[in-house]
Design a protein around this ligand. Structure first.
Ligand SMILES: Cc1cc2nc3c(=O)[nH]c(=O)nc-3n(C[C@H](O)[C@H](O)[C@H](O)COP(=O)(O)OP(=O)(O)OC[C@H]3O[C@@H](n4cnc5c(N)ncnc54)[C@H](O)[C@@H]3O)c2cc1C
Length: 379
């Protein structure tokens, strides 16, 4: 993760502050917060005081106005932290804040961005439904115009920050006959009558993340809550996805990096057959392969990050980065767990947490199969 020429000394200072923050504020508390199934609001607020939300948001909306690399330093540090997979900052900082910034009205930006920067407001993005995930066009949640309001009916599932969010950016159909061109993005505040949070879902990993169901029953929101133009939601989502996929890629690879580092340390301590586990050639070869894969992966990610800064990252590049880092990252974490033997299967060993936490990276934000479809279209 280090010695990457893309980051300057300010980025690196930011990185060491973030690493310290997660080591001191997250790692000692993660067991308790996993039992509670949610990260406390105070943690969001403390992160806000430290400047860890919405790094790219300009000063006029309360943000630091930094470049996107700061977002990615933070994503990597969240991935590197034990239990970091439960931290849902990215939905607010890397996804929803940019939708607001790039497509929102001045009123929408003023209403939400400063509070998202401070951590006072938590955002969620609601696309997935029980009947549709990969095939977003098939979504059923509807928003019907009634005077100056939309009336929303439907349900969502697997929504990150679902229990704690102050608003959800909701993908709904404003014109079912138009398919993808009938999808719109609407801001739904969580105190609107008819909005209900469902179960905080019981996952195999990311146990302190409040991934939830949401229900909408005749929820009225003013038409001024529409983000961008009616029917333009799908295009906006597709436009922003490459950058979001890089966010996931950075987290996935930082998890693999952490797994590699803790494994290298462990095998130098642990003995079997009268020598250190590190002394077996199998161990050295496997670790050498991991180190190589990590180095190559970070180089490709840096190339993508450069393109994001230039505004030239293509959809297939975002997909290639996500596909490769999540598949390779999961393989590295799995191979690392093997080196811990039975201890690797024990929850008290952080490698076991990384194993279950990182598995989702190949599924959400577009599954590996969907990434291959995106890439194949360009061949
Ligand atoms: C922890 C977690 C957090 C999440 N957070 C959010 C969130 O904040 N907001 C949100 O909207 N969603 C969220 N999701 C949902 C996530 O994005 C979806 O689960 C994902 O897009 C896959 O959709 P699905 O689960 O319906 O699977 P399906 O679409 O039913 O896919 C099932 C399988 O079929 C494969 N498949 C589908 N279509 C094809 C095809 N054409 N060709 C080949 N294979 C195919 C898929 O790759 C997958 O392996 C989250 C999910 C999880 C687990």
């Amino acid at each position: 993760m280090h010695n990457r020429s893309i980051f300057n000394s300010d980025h690196e200072l930011f990185r060491s502050n973030a690493r310290r923050f997660f080591r001191e504020e997250l790692e000692p508390n993660i067991d308790q917060w996993e039992n509670e199934g949610v990260l406390p609001r105070e943690f969001w607020l403390k992160a806000g005081v430290n400047g860890f939300h919405c790094c790219g948001i300009p000063e006029q909306y309360g943000g630091p106005g930094a470049d996107f690399l700061y977002n990615m330093v933070l994503s990597e540090e969240v991935g590197y932290a034990i239990g970091g997979a439960s931290v849902g900052f990215s939905v607010s900082s890397d996804i929803v804040s940019y939708y607001l910034l790039n497509c929102g009205t001045e009123e929408q930006k003023q209403a939400w961005l400063p509070k998202m920067v401070s951590g006072e407001a938590i955002a969620a993005i609601g696309m997935t439904e029980p009947g549709c995930g990969s095939d977003l066009k098939a979504l059923r949640t509807s928003a019907v115009r009634d005077g100056d309001d939309y009336v929303i009916n439907g349900q969502k599932t697997f929504i990150t920050n679902g229990q704690t969010c102050d608003f959800v950016l909701l993908a709904c159909s404003t014109n079912p006959a138009e398919g993808a061109k009938g999808i719109s993005l609407i801001i739904v505040e969580s105190d609107r009558p008819g909005f209900e949070r469902g179960r905080n879902l019981d996952k195999i990993g990311q146990k302190a993340a409040d991934t939830s169901e949401m229900f909408f029953s005749d929820v009225r929101v003013p038409v001024t809550n529409l983000l961008g133009r009616e029917g333009g939601g799908f295009a906006v989502l597709m436009d922003q996805l490459p950058r979001e996929r890089i966010t996931i890629a950075c987290r996935a690879f930082a998890e693999a990096q952490r797994a590699f580092e803790m494994t290298a340390e462990y095998v130098k301590e642990r003995s079997a057959f009268g020598k250190k586990v590190f002394d077996f050639q199998n161990t050295q070869f496997k670790l050498a392969e991991m180190k190589t894969n990590l180095g190559v992966g970070w180089a490709y990610l840096d190339q993508c990050l450069n393109k994001i800064n230039e505004g030239t990252l293509g959809p297939e590049e975002g997909a290639m980065a996500k596909l490769w880092t999540t598949e390779t990252g999961n393989k590295i974490v799995d191979d690392c767990l093997q080196f811990f033997g039975g201890y690797g299967y024990m929850r008290e060993y952080p490698i076991s947490r990384l194993f279950v936490d990182s598995r989702v990276r190949r599924i959400y934000g577009g599954s590996s199969e969907i990434m291959k479809m995106v890439i194949a279209r360009t061949i």
